[in-house]
Ligand binder design. Structure first.
Ligand SMILES: Nc1ncnc2c1ncn2[C@@H]1O[C@H](COP(=O)(O)OP(=O)(O)OP(=O)(O)O)[C@@H](O)[C@H]1O
Ligand SMILES: [Mg+2]
Length: 522
């Protein structure tokens, strides 16, 4: 791993009580949208500073300003007590700042190792960039992060979680004083998260400043020395470790504390309700090895497992994206197989994919057209017309914008101008508005704030309660505790089932990790 000794001049010349980075009265507007209004905060040396706030509150905008991705409309950024203009990412790089951006920004055709070492200024004795040294570091970092996959493969062949680790690794390979992590755990599962937390704490202990954004309040509370809360582009709370409660955070984020968090109550499912979907001994000869489970009408079944357990691939096989080599499925009692995605959709199966933003959105198109993309049935003017009816498309969009509280000035703005979490909600809304018999949801609340989580679960519940089947993969075990049942997957196999609702995290963990792996993560 990179040498973490601060450069000598920063020790001798700068008073350590001066914050490393300070934002003073920073504002930034995008047209009529005020993303940040008069925000002031500082980042001290060696602290872990948590940033929280609802989707669209301005967290990424602040980090993008410090990172030179965008410039402030007014206000200033001070580094070591001196005003600095950070006009481009290279300026931030030269200051020793490193970023894990919300959009991973990797080069798809480059290998993991090349992505990680790209631009590293490791100069060897002869004045050349020492690739070998950079690669060695990258491998150390990969070990620390537990990146158990080939670092030579182009990153486009990696799963979203693996790509997330590459982006994190990329930030860690550099010698830095300040590292900003914008939702680094959004794509990780529990084991990877635990490893990352250890690394974050080690970094801070060696004097590196960490700015840490997350919607998972538990990890914010565990990690942060200080927390700044954003709401609508302003700071609504500042807290020090030990000096606040969960309610204080929630109040700062949403303005109230009622009705938040995953619901504890879920409508009961009749034990004799008909089985809507069943899978038995599915295998694709690769990552799906032996998967069996069923879902009754009205049921929400969760699938728990670590990254790489084969959950996303199982969904892919059901949805006609992956070829099965053996196994049987039924839908409403009849044999089911999907030759391709279109075939799956036609038979009433919907999939909300794991990586929604990059795979599913056309960034320069409007919220409305992204929301209604491909939703011909519900939005065409009439069944003889190939044209989308504006009225119907607007109706669907308005309904979903309301149901999911999507923060957009109006439905005609480009979806790329929405905050990360709000973009996620647009894709979610697209699938929800279509209707289906079986809904497969891969990490449905990833990157989504606590208020919107509640709404997403409510829509899932309403869908199930109408007699349909829901299968949900989530790496946040707390969320899976709401499910009627939780199926546990390890290395491509379903190994057990827990009866809910109210399955505890401990129950799931002991199923998933067995005793020896559990030791590693606690
Ligand atoms: N390039 C842009 N053009 C127009 N509006 C933008 C742009 N970037 C951000 N915004 C707007 O600025 C506001 C703040 O967005 P920002 O991405 O900082 O939110 P966030 O707190 O990071 O949210 P999330 O938790 O969803 O990632 C939002 O209303 C967003 O739509
Ligand atoms: Mg953001």
């Amino acid at each position: 791993m990179a040498n973490r000794e601060p450069a000598p001049d920063t020790v001798t010349q700068v008073d350590p009580s001066v914050p490393l980075v300070e934002a003073r009265d920073v504002s930034r507007s995008f047209g009529a949208v005020r993303a940040l209004s008069g925000v002031s905060l500082d980042f001290r040396r060696g602290e872990i500073h948590g940033l929280v706030g609802a989707n669209g509150a301005g967290k990424s905008t602040l980090l993008n300003i410090i990172g030179g991705v965008i410039t402030p409309s007014s206000g200033s950024i001070l580094v070591d007590g001196e005003e600095r203009s950070i006009e481009r990412p290279a300026d931030a790089d030269a200051l020793g700042f490193s970023f894990i951006h919300q959009e991973l920004a990797l080069i798809p055709d480059f290998s993991a190792i090349d992505n990680m070492t790209l631009g590293v200024k490791e100069v060897g004795r002869l004045g050349f960039v020492d690739r070998r040294e950079a690669s060695r570091r990258a491998k150390d970092v990969a070990d620390l992060l537990g990146m158990g996959f080939s670092l030579r493969k182009p990153v486009r062949q990696l799963s979203p979680a693996e790509r997330g680790l590459v982006a994190i690794g990329r930030a860690l390979v550099r010698d830095v004083r300040f590292i900003a992590m914008d939702e680094p755990t959004a794509v990780l599962s529990d084991v990877e998260c635990q490893r990352l937390f250890r690394i974050v704490r080690d970094l801070a202990a060696t004097g590196v400043t960490v700015a840490y954004v997350s919607h998972r309040l538990g990890e914010i509370e565990d990690l942060s020395d200080r927390i700044t809360v954003f709401k609508d582009g302003r700071v609504t709370g500042r807290f020090e470790r030990g000096g606040y409660t969960r309610d204080d955070l929630v109040r700062g984020i949403t303005g109230s504390t009622v009705g938040l968090g995953p619901r504890a109550e879920i409508s009961r499912v009749d034990r004799d309700a008909p089985i809507v979907f069943s899978a038995s001994h599915l295998s694709d000869g690769d990552r799906v090895r032996d998967v069996s489970f069923d879902v009754r009408a009205g049921e929400i079944v969760g699938i728990a497992g670590v990254v790489g357990a084969g959950r996303t691939e199982t969904f892919g096989a059901i949805f006609g994206e992956r070829k099965l080599t053996s196994g049987e499925m039924t839908l409403d009692g009849k044999p089911y197989r999907a030759a391709n995605v279109r075939d799956a959709v036609r038979q009433g199966v919907a999939l909300v994919p794991e990586e929604r933003r990059s795979q599913a959105l056309i960034m320069t198109d409007s919220v409305r057209s992204n929301m209604t993309m491909g939703a011909w049935g519900s939005t065409v003017a009439n069944r003889f017309s190939p044209f989308v009816s504006d009225r119907k498309a607007n109706g669907v969009t308005d309904r979903m914008v309301k149901a999911l509280s999507i923060k957009a000035r109006d439905p005609q703005v480009a979806v790329g101008t929405l905050s990360g979490g709000n973009q996620q909600k647009v894709v979610f809304g697209r699938w929800l508005s279509r209707g289906a018999r079986v809904m497969l949801l891969d990490e449905p609340t990833r990157g989504v704030d606590i208020g919107a989580r509640q709404q997403i679960w409510q829509t899932m519940e309403d869908f199930a309660a109408a007699g349909n089947a829901v299968v949900v993969v989530s790496s946040e075990l707390e969320e899976l505790s709401i499910c009627h049942r939780v199926v546990v997957m390890v290395e491509g196999r379903t190994i057990g089932e827990l009866q809910g609702p109210g399955v505890t995290e401990e129950q799931m963990l002991s199923e998933i990790y067995n005793d020896h792996v559990k030791e590693e993560i606690v």
